[in-house]
Design a protein around this ligand. Structure first.
Ligand code: ATP
Length: 211
């Protein structure tokens, strides 16, 4: 199957999880979602980022490695589509913003060691949403620990993704700008994603706009 393993990426509050749930239903695909609710360090991290960033990043690293390895390998023998609401490099991008230089050095080595064994998505679709809209989404969903999130933090995460994509022209990345605020529940947007996945995309970053 062309484009069998698809991951969706995007900033905090972009709408990845809602979209992935809807697409999994639409395609009858196997889905796996990031498990951040169980991470005991996340609320503490938002209170005191300097103290909790390293344990937070290490715990996300372990969790995501385990999940990707388990879920993707388990289905290697089957032909069904697999979709995820994060890509294997997600934590690397966040860690580049949350850790200090020395901590990031250690983290990066661990990430390289672990993730070289993990299957990469055939295509990653980055959902590019303006920061003002992210802030509205974050407010609306109301997770208490995210309510004081700094727009500069969101800007820096977005920059982290774009720097990463520039440094990895070997990966197939579609940067998509959805039309409409509720695109993740919109049939038209899902049909647009269907069309995108009919193509054989060359490696590199492609910016695609929904009409
Ligand atoms: N590696 C990480 N380092 C720091 N915080 C992280 C990391 N990964 C996830 N988080 C935090 O966990 C929470 C959930 O993250 P994420 O962006 O994946 O989901 P989301 O905001 O629910 O996405 P969406 O709205 O697009 O479904 C956010 O508060 C995010 O900042």
């Amino acid at each position: 199957m062309k484009n069998r393993f698809i991951a969706f990426e995007g900033n905090i509050g972009a709408g990845k999880t809602t979209l992935v749930r809807n697409l999994a239903r639409r395609w009858n695909a196997k889905m796996f979602l990031e498990q951040f609710e169980d991470n005991p360090f996340l609320p503490s991290f938002y209170e005191n980022p300097e103290k909790y960033a390293f344990p937070l990043e290490m715990s996300f690293l372990a969790e995501r490695f385990q999940q990707l390895n388990r879920e993707v390998r388990q289905t290697e023998l089957f032909s069904e589509r697999i979709i995820a609401d994060y890509a294997p490099y997600k934590s690397l991008i966040f860690a580049g913003k949350t850790l200090d230089h020395a901590e990031y050095g250690v983290y990066k080595k661990m990430h390289q060691l672990l993730f070289q064994q993990v299957p990469y998505p055939d295509v990653v679709i980055y959902l590019h949403i303006p920061v003002e809209r992210l802030l509205k989404n974050i407010e609306k969903r109301g997770r208490s620990y995210e309510q004081d999130i700094d727009p500069e933090y969101l800007d820096s995460i977005e920059k982290g993704y774009f720097d990463f994509y520039r440094s990895r022209p070997d990966l197939v990345t579609l940067v998509v700008e959805p039309a409409g605020d509720d695109y993740a529940n919109d049939e038209k947007f899902m049909a647009f994603v269907d069309e995108l996945l009919e193509w054989n995309w060359s490696p590199g970053r492609h910016v695609v706009q929904q009409d």
